[in-house]
Write a protein that binds this ligand. Structure first.
Ligand SMILES: Nc1ncnc2c1ncn2[C@@H]1O[C@H](COP(=O)(O)OP(=O)(O)OP(=O)(O)O)[C@@H](O)[C@H]1O
Length: 256
């Protein structure tokens, strides 16, 4: 099978709208359903050196199924802090966060860890690949962690590597891959266990514009084929047009 080279041209606005309404429904219908993420008046402060830093100052947000939502804003505005909380890596000082109706703000470590392994995929800037494992083995690892039956691994790993256009690089270890290729392995790894929600912190930050466009095309394709919901942060104005919704954060609050 030839390798796919995803490109931004693959995702015209019309295709984008079709992919949002993948399950025979239009986007407005999807928006009226229960959100995948519901964030209500979230605040987060950190104590450092006996001083409290108020980082998030009352965030309200809804992210609906099969949407691509982007958080933009200056460095230090609080995007990563919020993303960590959306994935249950951290909890708010006050306020509520629901993931498919389940209260993340008030769940214990154990249940949040289980939820993360099964229902959430993460793509963070430092690609989080295991350096001694091949691309194939890295993707396989997330299936193992999510307790996916071993009999399903081969087909799923092959599918995910094909989706990011890396079938021919399956045996390469991270140091034998370019930055963009490593990022695409990280994407394959993050979606392998079929998460309902994918969280990505600056997934295109280390990439040139062509490669960044390819990653966004992969995201759009994943929404259409895997019914995943994506929430990501970015500094890159050139990719914002691919989003269904953009929220701008300034000093711990949304201004749009
Ligand atoms: N664990 C922590 N302890 C103390 N301060 C923190 C902690 N985590 C984040 N901060 C502070 O919160 C502010 C927001 O950080 P955050 O990483 O969320 O910003 P960001 O918008 O994602 O920035 P960037 O675009 O540079 O990644 C920063 O001033 C940071 O120093």
């Amino acid at each position: 099978m030839p390798e796919r080279e995803p490109s931004l041209e693959m995702i015209s606005i019309e295709e984008k709208n079709e992919s949002i309404g993948h399950s025979d429904s239009d986007p407005s219908q999807l928006e009226s359903s229960e959100p995948v993420l519901k964030v209500c008046n979230v605040h987060r402060s950190f104590e450092t050196g006996g001083k409290a830093i108020h980082v998030l100052k009352g965030i309200d947000l809804e992210v609906h199924a099969e949407q691509l939502v982007m958080l933009k804003g200056r460095s230090g505005s609080g995007k990563t802090t919020l993303l960590n909380m959306l994935g249950g890596l951290d909890q708010p000082t006050s306020g509520e966060i629901y993931f498919n109706g389940r209260p993340l703000h008030d769940s214990g470590d154990g249940s949040r860890t289980k939820l993360r392994r099964q229902d959430i995929g993460f793509i963070f800037q430092a690609y989080a690949l295991m350096p001694l494992l091949s691309a194939w083995e890295n993707v396989e690892l997330s299936l193992r962690m999510a307790n996916v039956p071993r009999s399903e691994w081969k087909e799923r790993v092959a599918y995910c590597l094909d989706m990011v256009g890396l079938t021919k690089r399956a045996k390469h270890r991270p140091f034998e891959l370019s930055g963009g290729e490593q990022q695409r392995v990280a994407i394959a790894k993050a979606i392998a266990h079929r998460p309902k929600l994918l969280l990505a912190d600056e997934p295109t930050a280390e990439l040139d514009s062509k490669m960044g466009a390819q990653v966004m095309a992969v995201f759009r394709n994943m929404i259409a084929t895997e019914q995943v919901t994506i929430c990501m942060t970015t500094h890159d104005p050139t990719i914002l047009e691919v989003a269904d919704h953009v929220h701008e954060m300034v000093d711990g609050k949304f201004i749009t």
